[in-house]
Write a protein that binds this ligand. Structure first.
Ligand code: API
Length: 290
């Protein structure tokens, strides 16, 4: 079957965007893996699918699959590209759209400077709802936040992580220098750690100032990406709760800068602002069955 797609990127986190507003494509996890494959397919960190509104007050449905083919709850950089896509393709003329995701409704807003601001909703801070199995662990309390000891097994190190969900799970650790952080070795160990029954995105945050961090993320189902929007949100929420950051923070990633704002209360929404860029359109021949 021939599939038309649009390639987009947000701060270097790259996506294949599929349009199912006129009907379902009927893809399987193996199809999503092939689309994400950088040698045998198009290549992307995630595959984003646009679907029609599921009901009143909602403009679209937004479905996200990681490069490993698994469907996930949320993707922040993808939300900005989603908004850019539906506007540029004429699927909407709104500046602010309401989008149903697996983890709730988010509201991307196209801004005059060409960036996109997304109300990402409220963070989830209770460990059990991240989900993180904390039984038998004693956290180190710091400010309003906690550092949880995570033994990486096989004689590996014990790292201290803060756990936050933005609809998807994040484990954030503070490092002195992100460039020296062992992302490639400890990232997979954290992603697959048994205390995260849904696996987890592993964030490495260097605090530069109270309004500026550097961040790398080893993403669940995709490996290290050039930027992670929900990871930036989770890192800023963790840093504010630990008393290390103020309410507005610039997050520098290898792919570009994201700006995050959070008021500090669990009922406050996290606002993420960043770029959303069209790269190219194309079509690909996929096997009918995979
Ligand atoms: N890998 C993530 C999904 C994509 C998140 C990231 N690309 C973003 O911009 O938020 C997960 O499995 O939860």
């Amino acid at each position: 079957m021939q599939i038309r797609f649009t390639k987009m990127q947000g701060a270097g986190n790259d996506f294949v965007v599929l349009d199912e507003t006129q009907g379902r494509l009927g893809l399987t996890p193996a199809h999503y893996r092939l689309l994400g494959d950088r040698h045998f397919g198009v290549g992307a960190d995630q595959i984003l699918t646009v679907r029609p509104s599921p009901g009143p007050g909602i403009d679209f449905e937004y479905v996200i699959h990681n490069a490993d083919g698994g469907e996930v709850e949320q993707c922040g950089n993808g939300a900005r590209c989603f908004a850019r896509y539906v506007r540029d393709c004429g699927l909407t003329d709104k500046d602010t759209i309401r989008v149903q995701t697996r983890s709730g409704v988010i509201a991307p807003q196209l801004t005059p400077d060409g960036r996109v601001t997304v109300d990402m909703g409220c963070p989830v801070l209770e460990p059990a709802r991240v989900p993180f199995e904390a039984s038998g662990l004693q956290p180190q309390q710091q400010g309003q936040g906690q550092h949880w000891p995570l033994e990486l097994g096989n004689g590996g190190p014990t790292v201290m992580v803060s756990v936050v969900s933005m609809g998807n799970p994040h484990a954030v650790q503070i490092v002195a220098d992100v460039d020296a952080a062992p992302v490639a070795t400890t990232g997979p160990l954290i992603e697959h750690h048994p205390r995260f029954p849904q696996r987890v995105n592993a964030g490495y945050m260097q605090v530069v100032a109270r309004d500026h961090i550097r961040l790398r993320v080893y993403e669940r189902g995709a490996g290290e990406t050039l930027a992670c929007g929900t990871g930036a949100c989770a890192a800023v929420v963790a840093g504010i709760r630990l008393g290390l950051l103020d309410a507005r923070v610039d997050v520098d990633t290898h792919g570009g800068r994201l700006s995050i704002a959070w008021g500090g209360q669990p009922t406050d929404a996290v606002l993420m602002t960043g770029p959303a860029t069209f790269v190219f359109q194309g079509q690909i021949e996929l096997p009918d069955t995979l």
